[in-house]
Design a protein around this ligand. Structure first.
Ligand SMILES: Cc1cc2nc3c(=O)[nH]c(=O)nc-3n(C[C@H](O)[C@H](O)[C@H](O)COP(=O)(O)OP(=O)(O)OC[C@H]3O[C@@H](n4cnc5c(N)ncnc54)[C@H](O)[C@@H]3O)c2cc1C
Length: 593
């Protein structure tokens, strides 16, 4: 490998590194990505793409290609709990309960009111190649797979990394201004002295990826089905079966996730996977082909720092937690999205390097909440088990008695089922976590506080209260422009431009924008939303969520988070805007006209 110099070096070609590459390309930032494996991951890990990630993908022109191949809502919008798929004993093939999920069923209207997109689902083993293809299109010859970063140092001006080409063993140097550590936490954090704080080694988990024809047994409206039965040991001890496509509605591939106990004799015996799956599903003659058995540890850890000098940790390098809520990969995309525009603004000399500190200030609290949330929802499956009358350590006979009582056609059976319905509804924290997914906010960072209180937050993470308060994601509203429908979230574009949205009487704000852009030497556009404006609010939705008067204004950052707002017109518009950009960009104007 030859010696190179680039503005940004990305280490890691998983979801975080690949999306960082795409975002940086769109922002016009030259970069190099190195990934030690020759191909994208073979491990069937992430699959759920929440609405916020799909909004980010829509902004970067990726959403349509994911929807074209991803799980449609009719196979994503429901999850279920059953005793088994097969078997003919009285307790076999029983539905325990089902729940609308991820914006499907009765959730549809609520989810679509708040976003121009639906959530999607596309297994990581197929999503990563799609992202790699897109990244290579936007940055040809800038993705070096089969190349490992072996070591690096940093100084006041940049980072120097040694990269080994694993095909021929040659080692070259890369000099970069900044390094994105998207290495899944393999080494860069440790080299920087960053600690991963929180519980680790909590449970040993196994995921088995296999092909089988389950079409006769599996209700394909459920994206996943938990199998809880008298022979198993609760939700996680038995296992969860997830559709993996590639054909949705008649999935060819599947993944089962389950825990293994420390004294399980078959703990490391991958050959036991086939019989374990047949037993779990109660399909003793099922013809199945196992592709991969992966072992992973349940943990909930957060990096003590997200940035050290010129190196920034993102994705699993910064936070690792249980897969419930599918927050891992989604947070990785959102970390990358937050970091990319800031790096671009600094490299274009539009912002001061000091704004890079806001990456940790903004994203680490979100990471902390996600780690806690995922741990909470993972463990809540044990509360569901208790809701069925199961206790740890019960014998098969005792569990059989609990299930018999649960399904019995008696008043007590009815009471048990009613209790379970209430207990299972608490798992809406996992499957209906609409606000958790799109409602994350930044309390500090590259933004100007306006002294207002945040709206309430639903403690169960479901109901989202849209707001234009600085630090929050810009609320979605459908607008009409030249006869076409456009979301407020589409206005900012993907090239790193700032946006000022004014009310219908906010011409003065828009008039001032040209001079502010010139003085700050930034890319800034202004629009007015309202009747008689370029963007019409035909549904009244924007008026309902904008929280400014007709003569107020809002500044939107390139990541669609609000940076500043003024409820009404200001006495001195230019100095208001100048103050706002001085705080957001970490520097004053370059010219004063
Ligand atoms: C069972 C399971 C289910 C999950 N389900 C979901 C879900 O539904 N939704 C969701 O959002 N998340 C889910 N996750 C989490 C998700 O898989 C991870 O959060 C995600 O893979 C993190 O992406 P990343 O790019 O940060 O890290 P990784 O995917 O770990 O990628 C890091 C890459 O860096 C490379 N690398 C490391 N060191 C070097 C080096 N020195 N030089 C070059 N390359 C290097 C590695 O080879 C690797 O390819 C799940 C996880 C599990 C285990």
């Amino acid at each position: 490998m030859q010696d190179l110099e680039v503005p940004v070096l990305i280490v890691g070609g998983g979801g975080c590194g690949l999306s960082s590459s795409i975002f940086l390309s769109d922002l016009g930032v030259d970069h190099l990505l190195v990934e030690r494996h020759a191909t994208t991951s073979h491990l069937p890990k992430a699959h759920y793409l929440n609405q916020r990630s799909m909004e980010v993908f829509r902004q970067h022109d990726l959403a349509d290609s994911i929807y074209a191949v991803g799980t449609p809502m009719e196979h994503l919008g429901n999850v279920g709990w059953m005793t088994s798929l097969g078997g003919d004993r009285p307790l076999d093939r029983q539905w325990i309960t089902r729940m609308d999920s991820f914006g499907g069923g009765a959730l549809r209207e609520q989810y679509l009111a708040d976003s121009p997109v639906t959530a999607c689902n596309y297994p990581q083993i197929r999503l990563e190649p799609l992202l790699k293809g897109e990244a290579e299109k936007r940055a040809p010859r800038k993705l070096l797979f089969n190349n490992e970063m072996v070591t690096f140092t940093q100084d006041a001006d940049g980072v120097s990394a040694q990269i080994q080409d694993l095909a021929d063993g040659s080692v070259g140097s890369v000099r970069a201004k900044y390094l994105i550590a998207a290495d899944g936490g393999k080494s860069i954090g440790q080299m920087l002295g960053v600690t991963m704080d929180g519980p680790t080694g909590l449970l040993d988990m196994v995921s088995v990826h296999f092909t089988a024809d389950l079409s006769e047994f599996y209700d394909s409206s459920c994206v996943m089905i938990w199998l809880v039965n008298p022979e198993g040991s609760g939700s996680w001890g038995s296992g969860v079966l997830v559709q993996m496509g590639p054909t949705w509605g008649r999935s060819e591939e599947w993944v089962v996730h389950f825990t293994v106990g420390p004294d399980d004799p078959e703990r490391w015996d991958d050959s036991a996977a086939v019989s374990r799956i047949r037993d779990l599903l109660k399909l003793p003659n099922l013809d199945l082909q196992v592709h991969k058995v992966s072992h992973w540890i349940l943990e909930g850890v957060l990096a003590s720092r997200y940035g050290v000098g010129r190196v920034f940790l993102a994705g699993d390098a910064a936070h690792r937690h249980p897969p419930t809520n599918g927050l891992g990969m989604n947070s990785a995309f959102q970390d990358a999205h937050n970091l990319a525009w800031k790096l671009s603004a600094v490299l274009r000399e539009e912002a001061a390097p000091s704004i890079l500190a806001s990456y940790e200030v903004e994203r680490r609290p979100v990471g902390m909440r996600n780690v806690d949330w995922a741990m909470f929802t993972f463990l809540n499956h044990m509360v569901l088990d208790a809701g069925l009358g199961l206790r740890p350590g019960m014998s098969v006979a005792e569990q059989e008695a609990a299930f018999t009582a649960f399904f019995s056609d008696t008043p007590m059976g009815e009471t048990r089922r009613a209790r379970a319905a209430e207990v299972f509804s608490t798992q809406r924290t996992e499957f209906q976590a609409h606000d958790l997914e799109i409602g994350y906010r930044y309390d500090e960072g590259a933004l100007v506080h306006d002294g207002t209180e945040p709206p309430p937050r639903d403690p169960m993470g479901n109901i989202h209260y849209p707001t234009t308060r600085p630090g929050h994601r810009l609320p979605h509203a459908w607008l009409e422009a030249a006869g076409k429908q456009i979301s407020t979230l589409d206005l900012v574009g993907r090239t790193g431009q700032f946006l000022l949205i004014a009310g219908p009487d906010g011409e003065a704000w828009c008039d001032a924008v040209g001079k502010v852009a010139e003085n700050f030497e930034i890319s800034l556009r202004a629009v007015r939303i309202g009747a008689e404006c370029e963007f019409a609010d035909r549904t009244g939705r924007w008026s309902a969520v904008r929280q400014i008067d007709d003569d107020g204004a809002i500044i939107i950052r390139p990541d669609n988070h609000v940076g500043w707002r003024s409820k009404t017109i200001a006495a001195d518009i230019s100095s208001e805007l100048e103050h706002a950009f001085t705080v957001i960009l970490g520097r004053g104007a370059r010219r004063f006209k």
